[in-house]
Design a protein around this ligand. Structure first.
Ligand code: URA
Length: 245
């Protein structure tokens, strides 16, 4: 039997190439247990897939590009999506590392839970939020009552709101009261207003996908760095406007 060739690159080599330190310094960091791969302490000589594994030193993820940070946060209800709040409420930036300074890409209402990207990558943020791009966002909404087929059709085709009719949406009902909605606009409180307009106000709302990004294992309040492959898939989605890119 031929032994299988080890795949991936040695962790020390990746650290040195990303400018963390010399090979010797990086060896020392690994031996000291300061380096993790996907949250677990890495053994010396561990091989990783640099595209898909998240490597961190002292709990800080290595940047996809020097100086860049891209995080995926599962925002809990009650936390607001701005960098600071005059009323002193907790904000999403309080939940991620303070340095480098990052900001949320788009917003979730204070009472909405779910996935939010935070980054200092202004270019990507601009492209993801630009109305012409329309990266898909998927939500689960618990609503009052059971929407009728007619109400579902209205949600799918477009609902008249005070700021204009909404674009076609993908909508599925899990009876009696759970709606899965996929929209690609980013208007203020859009899902809540759409559901309200068809007679079914939202009781609880959570976003579970942004373009190609999803992570059912990320608990409310938890964050993680995006992998290089995820950042690239987002860049592709932002370039094509296609969530499933
Ligand atoms: N739609 C809403 O109503 N609220 C959000 O936070 C996001 C989308």
């Amino acid at each position: 039997m031929t032994p299988t060739e080890p795949t991936g690159e040695r962790i020390q080599k990746i650290l040195a190439r990303r400018g963390v330190g010399s090979r010797r310094v990086c060896d020392g960091m690994v031996s000291a247990g300061r380096v993790t791969v996907n949250g677990e302490v890495a053994a010396a000589g561990r091989r990783i897939d640099p595209e898909h594994d998240v490597v961190a030193v002292d709990g800080v993820a290595l940047a996809v590009r020097p100086g860049m940070a891209h995080y995926l946060l599962n925002k809990p209800a009650g936390v607001i999506s701005t960098a600071s709040d005059p009323r002193g409420r907790p904000t999403v930036v309080d939940l991620v590392p303070a340095q480098p300074r990052v900001f949320p890409v788009g917003r979730l209402d204070a009472d909405t839970e779910g996935l939010l990207i935070l980054t200092n990558d202004g270019d990507l943020a601009f492209r993801l939020t630009h109305p012409s791009v329309g990266v898909e966002k998927a939500y689960l909404a618990k609503v009052v009552g059971t929407p009728s087929p007619a109400a579902l059709r209205r949600l799918r085709l477009g609902v008249e709101l005070e700021d204009g009719i909404t674009s076609p949406a993908k909508v599925a009902l899990t009876p009696p009261d759970l709606l899965r909605l996929v929209i690609h606009e980013g208007r203020n409180r859009q899902v809540r207003r759409m559901c309200e307009a068809v007679g079914h106000p939202v009781v609880r709302l959570a976003r579970f996908r942004i373009g190609p990004l999803t992570d059912p294992s990320l608990r409310p309040g938890a964050w993680r760095a995006l992998t290089p492959a995820e950042v690239r898939s987002l860049e592709q989605a932002a370039a094509s406007g296609d969530a499933d890119a």
